[in-house]
Write a protein that binds this ligand. Structure first.
Ligand SMILES: *Cc1c(COP(=O)(O)O)cnc(C)c1O
Length: 352
């Protein structure tokens, strides 16, 4: 089989999703399955839907188009604010989009009128992580204006934490989102069906037994796919962390000095790595590199240690000689997974 390849175990992903859907249902929260790390793979999307996620979310309209093209039947939400230049595509393929700019909602409204469709809008609120979001003091007026746009239906509010600055979801910021939902309903009448509290980083809060208030949706990607939470990158009890495996092939296997010789400057990526002399080692080169994966996000198997990587080569040290042609398996973190999924050089093999 060709290498490098990413082997995907759908049953493990479905198990992870079913487990979290069940645990969160007990807290009054439904799951939007986030497909962006899997490039909108229709097989993975279908596994998530079989497991009971309420709908799908993706940050790229291209991925939503892929899933629509494959007849994946689900409500689909664009979870990044649409580009003005993509308004027509967003209205054509996404049921709902997350928004923070009235100019964008205005353009979505025009596109929706032209297409004779209604487009759902979730307004994102800034609660401290300083990525996307309307400042809470501006939310009421944003709601008022959103309600005035033809062919636009305000579906709810949401927030996103732990992505840019690592601000953790907690009882305070989640209570603030709930309170904002209450105050909007108090002014405009009950109209917010979605109060979306965040991503995989919200799980600890959501399952802690804390009052979940108005929050009735979480958007989960990493936790479903990799079985771990993104704050400390700890495995979540009862979930598989090995649904994805990267397999790479050995192209050189030699005993070499551990220390380079000659004058040493920066490497191809501008890094200077100090290397201590450990004598001769068993050094292996694999045909996989920065163009295929984030090498620093690969978990090496026992007895194999990461030494370095360039665009097309991964260099490891091993206790035993790894023969040319041998295949080596790695587990991946989120960053490695995203790069491997999006690299045209990595073959995807879906196992059911
Ligand atoms: C990527 C993303 C998610 C999913 O995040 P995970 O940490 O993978 O669960 C949720 N919401 C938004 C807005 C995102 O961009």
């Amino acid at each position: 089989m060709s290498a490098p390849r990413l082997e995907i175990d759908l049953a493990k992903i479905e198990h992870n999703a079913r487990t979290l859907v069940k645990r969160l249902a007990a807290r009054g929260i439904s799951v939007t399955g986030v497909t962006k790390a899997s490039l909108g793979s229709p097989e993975i999307a279908t596994a998530l839907l079989n497991a009971g996620v309420g709908g799908l979310g993706d940050s790229r309209i291209e991925n939503i188009e892929t899933m629509r093209g494959a007849q994946v039947a689900a409500s689909m939400t664009l979870i990044r604010s649409p580009m003005l230049s993509q308004a027509e595509r967003v209205v054509a393929h996404a049921d709902i989009s997350f928004n923070t700019e009235l100019d964008v909602i205005s353009e979505l409204s025009l596109a929706a009128q032209k297409a004779q469709r209604t487009h759902g809008v979730v307004l994102m609120v800034e609660l401290g992580d300083l990525r996307e979001g309307i400042m809470s003091r501006d939310l009421v007026s944003a709601v008022r204006e959103t309600l005035g746009f033809p062919n636009i239906q305000l579906k709810g509010i949401g927030t996103n934490l732990a992505c840019r600055c690592g601000v953790s979801p907690d009882t305070n910021n989640m209570a603030e989102l709930s309170a904002l939902a209450d105050s909007i309903d108090a002014i405009f009448g009950p109209m917010l069906s979605i109060v979306s509290g965040g991503n995989s980083a919200n799980l600890e809060w959501a399952l802690s037994g804390a009052d979940t208030g108005r929050i009735n949706d979480l958007r989960l990607g990493e936790a479903l796919l990799l079985g771990c939470e993104p704050l400390q990158r700890q495995p979540i009890e009862g979930l598989f962390t090995d649904a994805f495996t990267l397999i790479a092939e050995v192209i050189e296997s030699k005993h070499k000095p551990s220390q380079p010789w000659g004058e040493v400057g920066q490497n191809a990526f501008g890094e200077v790595t100090p290397i201590t002399n450990r004598g001769d080692i068993s050094q292996t080169v694999l045909a996989v590199g920065q163009q295929d994966v984030d090498p620093s996000g690969l978990q090496t198997p026992p007895g194999i240690e990461f030494l370095g990587a360039s665009s097309d080569h991964l260099i490891v040290e091993s206790e035993h000689c790894l023969p040319v042609g041998a295949e080596i398996s790695f587990q991946l973190n989120y960053s490695a997974l995203v790069r491997a999924m999006t690299s045209p050089f990595v073959t995807k093999v879906v196992n059911t």
